[in-house]
Ligand binder design. Sequence first.
Ligand SMILES: NC(=O)c1ccc[n+]([C@@H]2O[C@H](COP(=O)([O-])OP(=O)(O)OC[C@H]3O[C@@H](n4cnc5c(N)ncnc54)[C@H](OP(=O)(O)O)[C@@H]3O)[C@@H](O)[C@H]2O)c1
Length: 289
Amino acid sequence: MKTRTTTSPAHQHQVFLISGGTSGVGQALATGVAALGAKVVIISRTTESGQQGVAHIAQVTGNDRAEFLVADLSLQASIRSAAEEFKRRFDSLHVLANVAGALFFDKQLTAEGIDQSLAVNYLSHFYLTNQLLDVLQASGPARVLTVGGAPRFLRQPVVDLQDLQLAHNYSGMRATSQAMFARLYFAFALARRLHGTRVTSVAFHPGLISSRLVQGAPWWLKLLTSVLKPWEKTTCESGVYVATAPAAAGNGVFFDEQKRLVALNDQYDPAIGEKLWQLSEALTGLASR
Ligand SMILES: NC(=O)c1ccc[n+]([C@@H]2O[C@H](COP(=O)([O-])OP(=O)(O)OC[C@H]3O[C@@H](n4cnc5c(N)ncnc54)[C@H](OP(=O)(O)O)[C@@H]3O)[C@@H](O)[C@H]2O)c1
């Protein structure tokens, strides 16, 4: 589908870094902001998918300024190198959109010994953001976006602080929802840390976006999600809104897929958020720096 480029001078000089920009929500967000004329950098797992990703953005929007960074977001060493490369290649960062994600139905560990689901769906966002906070601060006003889900599923967050990696009683669905709640705790804890700075932390529900997420899922989940196919979109209006609209510059806020503010913050106990932050620092080695 072609998205007509309606270049916005306000965004032409802004740099957007989008993880997961090669598919699904990340790709929809990348094409949406590229259509405004912005400089978009996507994180891709391979050079080939990065090339395909930027070609897709150029084809859909006419904006041929997109670039890619290669990283395996399940690995902290790879995230570190990608963040270093970003800082070598680009002077500023106005929006960091943490959107990458994957489903893991069997318990797997990364080469660094971390649960794959936690590593990709939560820790990668935590770690990448922390690696890039200096450039975000220097580029302010800037935003960090965290992808959430439908607000009705987010109101009763459950994160097992004693067993963050689900060493006991692992299931793909539990791991996915735990990482989703952890992301929201992270978005709100980040907002507390950013208070008084020119960087804000915003979470959002992208709506139902055409995606490859369930490609390797069991048959029953594929069947369940196939029913929703007719309602899936390839654009992500809420994501583009939280990335670009002056009205979405709030800190520690959540927007639903209709771009409405939803009061979720109150349901996320700051004490749990802080404990999770400490555990995440320990898991990523940030605590010892
Ligand atoms: N789609 C929806 O309707 C929807 C709604 C609400 C929330 N979400 C959430 O949005 C997130 C993304 O889902 P999606 O639907 O966009 O899925 P998707 O179409 O499968 O896209 C996932 C993206 O993440 C990247 N990725 C996964 N593992 C990676 C790794 N180890 N290193 C680097 N990149 C990696 C993928 O890269 P590759 O191309 O290399 O695989 C891809 O670009 C998930 O957390 C999901 O729960 C989605």
